[in-house]
Design a protein around this ligand. Structure first.
Ligand SMILES: Cc1cc2nc3c(=O)[nH]c(=O)nc-3n(C[C@H](O)[C@H](O)[C@H](O)COP(=O)(O)OP(=O)(O)OC[C@H]3O[C@@H](n4cnc5c(N)ncnc54)[C@H](O)[C@@H]3O)c2cc1C
Ligand SMILES: NC(=O)c1ccc[n+]([C@@H]2O[C@H](COP(=O)([O-])OP(=O)(O)OC[C@H]3O[C@@H](n4cnc5c(N)ncnc54)[C@H](O)[C@@H]3O)[C@@H](O)[C@H]2O)c1
Length: 476
């Protein structure tokens, strides 16, 4: 069997294709794209996009539920056509994903290999019967849902997010195992549309946020209709008989053993990288804790000419971070621009629940651990003009500022449109901005963004209690 050689091999058509594969081919390089599944990867086919297309209708339903608070009374309530909703979203996703194929198949500089790829040696891969080698290899092979070792789970028809996003029969009662991004976002989706949801929270929900934010989120979320949080509870055994799931679980606080039944089960306890499927060990590429590929601050693996990005490198597990890493490699390796380390400053995140949570920079617990001296300003939604219009009874913007330098250290928002509102401060974090920058900005009145300014004013007031602040911001 002849070996085929390429200038560039890209493994994975999530961020790997638009950020590296296609641009490399446009540069006149001969590219092999190794993608065993659909073009677009996790985000388009079974992640960010379908989940947000489902979460929006959930938000619409919640708005109707709350309409009476604004003297608007939807006569006769509403119904949810769950099957039609899932079918519409699946169809839209399929059309979008398949619409990429003709462009890729017509690209003469790019060969798409559709079988699963495996490393057989350093910089050598086997795809089907073909052996291929490349001068430069970019590994963007992503991750997949991890399955916990729970007695009885193996062999029963549970859903991960992949199946849930396509399951067009609405469960009456759903058990969710896990309490991270996916568990909370999909619990919001199901519960708002009428499914009774029970979430097993083994330890701490949404571990990446600090306590104050988590408490505010949970205060609201636990009272949402159809949401039942089983805190400090974890299933020990799951049985499936006559289409009924029975979870036997231990309440860690009372030490009692209890059971819970449902007609659907969602497992959302994190992801594992696809390093094992790729047999990365045969290439000599080093892996780190959690089986992620070990990369340095240039996203280089230990094998020269091989880089890794996105979920499989495990620096961040977001599509926007995978895209950012792809753009960095395009700039530094393929365009041969300047050689500089990747700068993750200002990497934001958002949880698309209701209320939403979004953040950038450090949270309070991280600052305490690092012993960084800071002050905080917290402004509730209710204490702003737009908050009054929204009749907000929850949510806040929290700004964390370094003492003495007034450098912005962190911002976390819990509440309405948090994922958009956080963008007010992201540029400032990228540009290493200070509290003064927010205070000197002109904010549209009475837009929600005034909340950020109000939180900044509160941080300034806190700062004034402990140190001198310049006159230029004292009265802003
Ligand atoms: C339900 C859900 C919701 C999410 N929501 C968001 C969100 O709102 N915002 C956000 O930023 N992130 C979100 N994420 C995370 C986001 O989807 C991932 O971080 C992102 O898609 C990772 O991109 P990637 O390019 O690294 O990998 P992927 O997009 O997973 O691409 C990897 C590709 O490699 C292919 N592949 C793997 N192994 C092989 C092999 N051996 N041979 C050939 N091909 C192979 C796979 O088929 C896959 O297509 C969500 C994830 C899930 C599951
Ligand atoms: N809005 C977004 O950006 C978004 C949305 C969805 C997913 N994602 C990404 O996808 C990744 C995967 O999401 P996820 O929600 O599966 O992972 P996660 O890491 O966010 O949460 C996993 C949760 O499962 C719990 N858990 C782990 N093992 C358990 C066990 N055996 N029993 C019970 N609970 C257990 C953990 O304590 C944690 O709460 C995330 O890291 C995130 O970056 C992002």
């Amino acid at each position: 069997m002849a070996t085929k050689h390429y200038d560039v091999i890209v493994i994975g058509a999530g961020a790997g294709l638009p950020k590296l594969g296609s641009p490399a081919s446009r540069l006149g390089l001969k590219v092999a794209l190794l993608e065993k599944g659909r073009l677009g990867g996790t985000c388009l086919n079974r992640g960010c996009i379908p989940s947000k297309m489902l979460i929006h209708p959930a938000d619409v339903a919640l708005n109707i539920d709350e309409a009476h608070r604004f003297e608007v009374n939807p006569q006769g309530g509403y119904t949810v056509d769950f099957t039609a909703l899932i079918d519409r979203v699946s169809k839209t996703i399929d059309e979008d994903s398949f619409s990429i194929n003709p462009r890729i198949e017509a690209n003469e500089m790019l060969d798409w290999y559709k079988e699963p790829a495996k490393f057989v040696d350093k910089k050598t891969l086997k795809v089907g019967d073909q052996i291929i080698t490349g001068d430069k290899i970019f590994i963007a092979a992503g991750s997949r849902p991890t399955i916990p070792k729970i007695k009885g789970l193996d062999g029963i028809p549970y859903m991960t997010s992949t199946e849930a996003l396509r399951h067009n029969q609405q469960p009456k009662k759903l058990i969710v195992i896990g309490a991270g991004y996916i568990a909370c976002e999909l619990a919001h989706f199901y519960a708002s549309l009428g499914t009774e949801v029970f979430i097993f929270v083994r330890s701490t929900p949404l571990r990446h946020v600090d306590e104050e934010v988590r408490d505010e989120f949970l205060r609201v979320f636990k009272d949402r209709k159809n949401i039942n949080l089983l805190l400090k509870c974890s299933p020990e055994e799951i049985k499936y008989e006559d289409k009924v799931y029975t979870a036997t679980y231990v309440d860690y606080e009372t030490k009692e053993t209890k059971t819970l039944q449902s007609d659907a089960l969602l497992v959302a306890v994190g992801v594992v990288p696809n390093t094992d499927l790729l047999e990365v060990e045969k290439s000599g590429i080093e892996i780190k804790e959690g089986n992620f590929i070990k990369v340095d601050d240039h996203l280089r693996t230990n094998v020269p000419g091989v880089w890794a990005l996105g979920d499989i490198a495990g620096n961040y597990l977001f599509r926007h971070s995978a895209n950012y890493e792809g753009e960095y490699l395009l700039e530094t390796i393929l365009y041969k621009g300047e050689d500089y380390p990747i700068d993750y400053t200002g990497m934001p995140w958002a949880v698309f629940t209701n209320p939403q949570i979004a953040g950038v920079g450090y949270n309070e617990e991280e600052l305490k651990k690092k012993e960084i001296k800071y002050v905080k300003g917290v402004n509730p939604y209710s204490s702003s003009a737009m908050g009054m219009a929204l009749r907000s009874d929850h949510g806040f913007v929290k700004i964390l500022v370094e003492r003495y330098t007034r450098k912005l250290l962190g911002c976390i928002i819990v509440g309405h449109e948090a994922s958009t509102l956080i963008h007010e401060v992201i540029p400032l974090f990228r540009l290493h901005g200070t509290l003064d920058d927010i205070l000197k900005m002109i904010h549209i009145h009475p837009a929600l963004s005034e909340l950020v300014r109000n939180a900044a004013r509160k941080a300034r007031d806190e700062l004034m209690k402990v140190e001198e602040v310049p006159l230029s911001i004292r009265f802003k």
